[in-house]
Design a protein. Structure first.
Length: 351
């Protein structure tokens, strides 16, 4: 209880500071001064309407609502030059850096809502963006393992009164500290599933894959993916590209590149670039490391595949002196960015 109270106090204090700086004009001035000749790169993943945000199995730390995203783009247009990828790349090469406070909007993963929810907002405000694609998932009827495993676990929980099925699922889940979800209360089960599944990210990929296979076998046709957590088709990618949206590589299988042998890292980088080039008729210049994980060997493979720049998830701003294969970004999510003062304060590193 004391920890919750402290968390609420800190959040309230940050909010009060952000609002005070914003409405006094200090925050806007700070942007202009501190970002002189530099740019901030925003990372988005999911942009969802309220009903879909309540149904997704993606972690809340990668979700904003469509209303919040619209607020973000409006705020960016007011305080920044919203750059296209070509303009961003040119700014990196200019002797005097970026012309005034500048930003680049990026999206990781190629979720279907990037097309259905984010793109209409970008078009409305004439704003550019870059979307990084894990090419094996585009146009495929599949999900990332985190969302699929979460959906299957929830299906199993919904059918927990079926004794044989519950017993089979509990046996599969017990070795991974997941069996307790079957006793979870309705108000707690979604958070518990997300927490336990997120903990599996540090395990070898064979662990969740085997668990998914076991749950599919136990659930039969009742198990399955939620449509809200699917990906774009190549036709949708081409429509966005024709409208000026840039696309970049994000590997092929969305595996963490730092966990793979060098030959597979090189294949992930090269094949992603070749696939996007074949589908769009233009090879991509930019890459985003899945989960932000990279090292010198991974960066070398990405450069060897022909990418000019690559983005991490390390937080910070960009200037022309930065290493081109480890550019920093600022991740966006709903909790601390839904109002313009909080959004701008996060961009400036205050919260």
């Amino acid at each position: 209880m004391a920890r919750d109270s402290l968390h609420r106090f800190v959040a309230a204090a940050r909010s009060a500071l952000a609002h005070g700086l914003y409405y006094s004009g200090v925050l806007g001035l700070w942007c202009r001064v501190s970002l002189r000749r530099r740019a901030v790169v925003l990372t988005y993943h999911r942009v969802l309407p309220d009903d879909a945000a309540a149904r997704t199995w993606s972690h809340p730390g990668i979700v904003v609502t469509r209303h919040t995203f619209d607020t973000h783009v409006r705020t960016l247009k007011r305080f920044f030059r919203v750059l296209s990828l070509d303009e961003f790349l040119a700014g990196l090469e200019r002797a005097d850096g970026f012309a005034g406070p500048s930003c680049l909007i990026t999206f990781d993963d190629g979720w279907r809502d990037t097309y259905s929810e984010a793109w209409p907002v970008l078009r409305q405000h004439a704003a550019s963006a870059v979307v990084f694609l894990p090419v094996d998932f585009i146009g495929a009827d599949r999900m990332f393992w985190q969302e699929e495993l979460s959906a299957l676990l929830h299906q199993a929980w919904l059918r927990r009164s079926e004794a044989p099925l519950r017993a089979a699922c509990e046996r599969s889940c017990a070795a991974h500290q997941l069996a307790s979800i079957f006793d979870a209360a309705p108000d707690d089960v979604r958070l518990l599933i997300r927490t336990r599944v997120n903990a599996l990210k540090s395990r070898p990929l064979t662990t969740p894959r085997q668990l998914i296979a076991d749950l599919r076998a136990a659930l039969g046709t009742a198990g399955g993916a939620l449509p809200v957590d699917g990906f774009m088709t190549w036709d949708e990618v081409r429509r966005m590209h024709a409208d000026g949206v840039a696309f970049g590589g994000h590997g092929t299988t969305h595996r963490l590149l730092t966990t793979l042998p060098p030959i597979e890292v090189a294949d992930e980088a090269q094949r992603s670039r070749e696939t996007i080039g074949r589908e769009l008729g233009a090879v991509p210049a930019s890459f985003s490391y899945p989960n932000g994980d990279w090292n010198a060997g991974v960066a070398e493979a990405v450069a060897g595949a022909g990418y000019a720049v690559s983005f991490s998830t390390e937080r910070g701003v960009v200037d022309r002196h930065d290493h081109r294969l480890s550019l920093k970004r600022v991740n966006m999510h709903e909790d601390v960015t839904r109002r313009p003062p909080l959004f701008l304060a996060r961009l400036m590193g205050l919260i």
